[in-house]
Write a protein of this length. Structure first.
Lengths: 475, 376
């Protein structure tokens, strides 16, 4: 969190309404997102209790485990869940486009992809654990489960992993996305409560948001009072209808909040780089679908050393790119870098569009731009710069003092003797330059998995499904 | 005051603070939480006096936001019973695997057999004998009762099990019902268990030291027993709690002694709830809340998961417009600007920075200028 966000929180506290910390939306919002609100049994790792889900706000599906301690009923519930989620996911596999690649075969990418929205990080964690507890199951042998259950497990594992990938929108946690766009007047700890955060954004702080009788928790944990006074007696009475009705009361308020949260996010214009990141999501989703279609085994319990290092490197690059893209897309995010002196913005007061450097064959066009800025510039002469106003352009800092910064354009102004029209900013134009650039970073050289050195455990064993995994207890 | 009741006698003063409300003993969880916010005078005094903070919060109209689900309690009890069944048979199997405990050494003492009032003395005698004889003393102590001096007050603690090993080292065994899945558990749950176990290690070390033995006979490795994956099968892991021990020891030592906290308070100040015959508090709420406000709290959002009184203190912080409300990160970022009004005044330029605030004031003004520029 930066001082800019802290200031927004202070302002929110003072004005009793959340303050924007973004001017555009930084996540993709699907046309038909799947809202998924899971509830689990208290005290258990991933024992499902219920879920409310669907793509139509007027028509939620409620799935309930009437006796959560009964293992068969849990798997029956997982099969029901698969019956809703898998057709949704597979529905995106039909329409594809061919993507040409340099130095590689072209591949098929789906033109759209599924998007699952859960209330909070707890929902993501539940999806991961439910995926872990079901993906190794088998439709045959001892303890058989319906065929759809292990497939559901693999998809849930995939979505939960993708939720941790910076900039991915395949699985979103509502509180995280809201928190990326609005600063409330409470702590980030309290922001994890969907009802409380929503009330800060819409109407202002409301103590009722923390009252489980008015706003039941958004899951996956249920309110202990509800467990003791309503749920336990209903389960003991052995009445599936009573259990379902009790759980419906806990889920419906969150269901409405989730759609309201989606509306709020949809109200923001989409950031310029969002489509590009969604394209990567579509590529990743297509890859996963192809993986499953080829009959590959389920994801291993743990990544091998090389796979883990490669994944980490990918995520670090994605994080860096996500940070840069958000700053370029959104002046309010860029303002954080302006505050720290890594970016500056201001008005162009002088230009030398035909400035050249060198003689003869090495003569190069290097237009100069002088900008008047109020920002504290902490960049050394020679630093390479980029600008959100002309994304293809490269520049370098020449000098900066007393609020006057001279920049020379080094790239992206055309090949002619004079700069292409519009390449050099006009006097009076407002521009922003930053040392933040989304330069391509090569991936680190990692050995093949078979060549994992002994320091990292040696070559990992290929995962082969074993009976033990399929029969793992789920009590 | 009579000669017998010396002015400032901390024990008597604490009794006055508690009044007629029955005392509520500390447990390891409370001590671990206390160490998390050692600067909070209100909490130190209430805990020191053994006041039931939960009841106080309820009476004040700010009931604590936590409770435990009956499902979680059932599961926790069932798991502990499973681990301890048949004289801790399952636990022994794991101890042999994790600690390399030879089978012949095993004996089982259930300290609870002697009745609650004798448990502490009995635990002491057993541990003393084990530490002295080493070889043939019992191996497992179920339901032991340890004690630890907290802020001048003795707290009694019940570790799940204490194991004694041939190598002459005691190991605290902590049984928790959160799952370890593929070798990984919820980090915050493990951290909580480690903090709690560190309290037991400290208490057992203190007991050994009192008895004239080497306190380091208690291992800093505690045995954490949790269910594995999605089943009920227990799995044991050694957890090194040296860091938690160091933190705990430092915090307990640094915790302002209660005498000093009491010195600044009026003699007749009391947090008494004045329970009536039915045990229901009869004290006027405004009076109790005024009394509490005489002591300084140090609210942080982390209190919301550790302290029964959190909603009361949060309300107070709101009324004062304290920037503490927004969390430590924001407070640190504001470096020395305690109130919301002050910070916003500096940002708007309507307030002149005090000495030492020039840098943060400059940053805040800049931040405000940037926000305005981007949002209009």
């Amino acid at each position: 969190m930066s001082l800019l966000t802290s200031l927004a929180r202070l302002r929110a506290l003072d004005e009793k309404i959340a303050q924007p910390v973004a001017t555009v939306r930084h996540c993709h919002l699907a046309e038909r997102p799947m809202v998924f609100i899971p509830l689990k049994l208290s005290g258990e790792a991933a024992a499902p209790l219920a879920a409310m889900l669907g793509t139509d706000r007027g028509d939620p599906r409620l799935l309930v485990v009437p006796q959560p301690r009964n293992r068969d009923l849990r798997f029956a519930w997982a099969a029901e869940l698969a019956g809703v989620l898998l057709p949704y996911v597979e529905g995106f596999l039909g329409a594809t486009e061919t993507v040409e690649r340099r130095n590689a075969d072209p591949y098929e990418r789906t033109v759209d992809a599924p998007q699952i929205i859960v209330p909070n990080q707890g929902g993501v964690a539940f999806a991961r654990l439910l995926g872990r507890s079901t993906r190794f199951r088998r439709p045959d042998g001892p303890y058989p489960v319906p065929e759809s259950v292990p497939l559901l497990g693999r998809w849930l594992t995939y979505f939960a992993e993708r939720a941790a990938y910076p900039g991915s929108s395949l699985m979103l946690a509502a509180t995280d996305e809201l928190g990326r766009h609005w600063a409330s007047g409470q702590s980030s700890l309290e922001d994890a409560n969907l009802a409380a955060l929503m009330s800060w954004i819409t109407t202002g702080p409301n103590d009722e948001a923390e009252d489980p009788l008015v706003w039941p928790p958004a899951g996956p944990a249920t309110d202990p009072g509800f467990d003791a006074e309503v749920l336990a007696p209903a389960i003991d009475a052995g009445s599936p209808e009573r259990v379902a009705e009790a759980l419906r009361t806990q889920l419906e308020p969150t269901w409405r909040l989730m759609w309201q949260a989606i509306d709020l996010l949809a109200g923001l214009p989409e950031g310029a780089s969002v489509a590009q990141r969604w394209e990567q999501d579509r590529g990743s989703f297509s890859g996963m679908a192809a993986h499953i279609a080829e009959g590959a085994p389920p994801q291993a319990r743990r990544d091998g050393a090389v796979a883990a290092a490669a994944k980490l490197a990918r995520m670090e690059r994605a994080q860096a790119a996500y940070d840069v893209q958000r700053a370029y897309d959104d002046p309010l995010v860029m303002a954080e870098y302006r505050l720290s002196g890594e970016a500056f913005a201001g008005e162009v007061i002088e230009t030398v569009p035909d400035n050249v450097e060198g003689e003869g064959r090495s003569r190069k066009l290097r237009p100069l731009v002088v900008i008047k800025t109020d920002d504290p510039v902490r960049l050394a002469p020679g630093t390479s710069l980029g600008t959100p106003q002309r994304r293809a352009q490269g520049a370098a800092l020449v000098s900066a003092d007393d609020g006057l910064v001279t920049v020379k354009i080094t790239k992206g102004m055309g090949r002619g003797r004079t700069a292409a029209p519009g390449a050099v900013p006009e006097i009076g134009e407002r521009v922003c330059y930053t040392s933040l650039t989304d330069d391509f970073q090569g991936s680190p050289a990692l050995p093949e998995a078979e060549a994992t050195p002994w320091t990292h455990g040696g070559p990992p064993q290929e995962y082969t499904p074993v009976d033990e995994d399929a029969q793992e207890e789920w009590s | 005051m009579t000669g017998l009741m010396r002015e400032g006698d901390p024990v008597r003063r604490l009794e006055v603070l508690r009044g007629t409300t029955p005392p509520r003993p500390h447990d390891a969880r409370a001590i671990a939480a206390l160490a998390a916010n050692p600067g909070c005078a209100r909490r130190a005094l209430m805990d020191g006096a053994g006041i039931d903070k939960d009841a106080a919060a309820r009476h004040l109209g700010f009931p604590a936001p936590f409770g435990q689900s009956p499902f979680a309690i059932t599961r926790g009890n069932a798991f502990e019973a499973l681990v301890k069944a048949d004289g801790c048979a399952e636990l022994l199997r794991m101890l042999r695997e994790v600690l390399g405990l030879p089978i012949a050494e095993v004996a089982y003492h259930d300290v609870e057999n002697v009745g609650a009032h004798l448990r502490h003395a009995h635990t002491r005698a057993l541990i003393d004998r084990a530490a002295r004889d080493g070889q043939d003393a019992g191996t497992l102590y179920d339901h032991p009762l340890l004690s630890l001096g907290i802020a001048g007050h003795t707290a009694y603690l019940e570790p799940d099990v204490v194991a004694f090993q041939l190598g002459g080292r005691f190991h605290i065994v902590e049984i928790k019902s959160f799952a370890v899945i593929d070798g990984q558990a919820d980090p915050s749950a493990v951290a909580g268990a480690a903090r709690q176990a560190a309290v037991y290690v400290l208490a057992l070390r203190a007991m050994l030291e009192e008895l004239g033995h080497d306190p380091l006979m208690v291992s800093h490795d505690v045995v954490l027993v949790c269910p594995e994956n999605f089943a009920n099968r227990p799995v044991a892991t050694l957890v090194d709690v040296r860091r938690q021990l160091a933190v705990l020891r430092r915090q307990l030592a640094r915790m302002t002694t209660l005498d000093r906290l009491l010195d600044g308070l009026p003699d007749d100040l009391t947090f008494d709830l004045r329970p009536g015959e039915d045990g229901r508090p009869t004290r006027p709420v405004a009076e109790l809340s005024d009394a509490l406000r005489r002591t300084t709290a140090r609210y942080a959002p982390d209190c919301l998961s550790t302290c029964d009184l959190c909603f009361f203190c949060r309300d107070e912080a709101r009324q004062e417009g304290a920037s503490d409300l927004l969390g430590r990160q924001v407070r640190d970022e504001l470096g020395g600007v305690a109130s919301v009004d002050e910070a916003l005044g500096l940002a708007d330029g309507t307030r002149d920075p005090a000495e030492g605030q020039e840098e943060i004031a400059r940053l805040l003004r800049n931040a405000e200028r940037l926000r305005r520029e981007c949002l209009t």
